[in-house]
Design a protein around this ligand. Structure first.
Ligand code: AHG
Ligand code: MN
Ligand code: MN
Length: 336
């Protein structure tokens, strides 16, 4: 008989397969899963309890913050602070990272970076939003509190990353560097259940995902590539929630792009909170993720917490093709 496998069971089973696993990472992932369930509950009833709308404030990146962003941010802090495994959290919503106090005289071995609510402009219109997370092993010692260096690590150093999509159903997708698995929340039992085992991104696919409204603000080579996608009759899909756009491409194949524009010369999306964790998932599923200079996202050296990056990620064949375009139209401006 088929028996469901919950996220907690799956995480524990996986841990047993690795002799080096200590259980701390396991606890962290479970805490993130728990926070995601609480955020999911609030996202679902947002319309009912009138917590929709905007706070009269801006986030660290200068954008207006919706109330649920703060709620999700605070829930993640609450759960991770008490876990004992986490030494601190950095969030898209906070200017600086938050160091957590020690437990039994020891600080946690890991730090977590989050975009607590991705796609917040979609909340008010009942369109999918998400949560993105990345986990790093700290550089600092266990008897020292978390420092900025613990957070400013390259994506290649991620020990786990994932996202939650609050869509028609709520799905948590994560990887610890050994493939990608997805878990759908069964609201009747309140558990994330294994629903998408060993996700592999298609080599190529029918979709391209970009804010084509900015077409004239993109560099020539990106415009040429977008024209090519359109020539091929690829279907344009753009939700404006990165998590949701990547989720589609992960399962059905295609390419997601947020190139630099005149308004955002470095790109808009945040390297640490958005680009790195989602690049990790895409690569773990067999895909590729680069910036418009053709540098691998996961190898970029972060210099500050809220650093932005251009990003192109998705099906491997399509990313290779995109590279050819850039090299043909702008061979002098790229590093690759
Ligand atoms: P956030 O809501 O966390 O600020 O992220 C929004 C991001 C991302 O999810 C999406 O891909 C992109 O911004 C949309 O930007 P545009 O409206 O400029 O296309
Ligand atoms: Mn975001
Ligand atoms: Mn956000």
């Amino acid at each position: 008989m088929y028996r469901i496998e919950t996220l907690d069971e799956f995480i524990i089973k996986r841990q047993k397969n690795f002799s080096t696993a200590t259980g701390e990472l396991t606890g962290l992932l479970r805490d993130i899963g728990l926070a995601a369930k609480i955020v999911n509950r609030e996202v679902n009833k947002a319309g009912l309890i009138n917590i929709l709308g905007k706070f009269d404030k801006e986030n660290a990146s200068g954008e207006q913050v919706a109330k649920l962003d703060i709620y999700a941010n605070d829930k993640l802090i609450d759960f991770l602070k008490t876990s004992g495994e986490c030494a601190g959290l950095a969030s898209e919503e906070l200017e600086d990272f938050v160091p957590f106090p020690p437990r039994n005289g020891k600080y946690g071995k890991y730090v977590v970076l989050v975009d607590p609510l991705d796609g917040s402009s979609n909340i008010d219109v009942n369109v999918s939003v998400g949560t993105i997370f990345g986990i790093y092993r700290r550089i600092g010692k266990e008897d020292e509190p978390a420092s900025l260096d613990d957070f400013l690590q390259k994506g290649t150093e991620l020990v786990a990353a994932g996202y939650v999509i609050y869509g028609t159903s709520t799905i948590l997708v994560y990887s610890t560097g050994n493939g990608v698995n997805g878990f759908t929340l069964d609201p009747s039992i309140g558990e994330f259940c294994l629903s998408h085992r060993d996700i592999k991104i298609p080599q190529e696919g029918p979709y391209y995902s970009v804010n084509q409204g900015y077409y004239l603000k993109f560099d020539l080579e990106m415009r040429r590539y977008i024209d090519y996608c359109s020539d091929l009759n690829l279907r344009l899909r753009y939700i404006g929630t990165m998590v949701a756009d990547i989720h589609r491409i992960l399962f059905q194949g295609g390419v997601f792009m947020y190139p630099n524009t005149r308004k955002y010369p470095q790109g808009k999306l945040r390297l640490l909170y958005e680009c790195n964790p989602l690049s990790y998932i895409v690569e773990q599923s067999g895909g590729k993720a680069i910036n418009t200079r053709l540098e691998r996202i996961l190898e970029l050296s972060p210099e500050e917490l809220h650093q932005r990056s251009s990003v192109i990620m998705g099906s491997p064949k399509m990313i290779d093709e995109m590279k050819e375009f850039v090299l043909r139209y702008a061979p002098d401006t790229v590093g690759g």
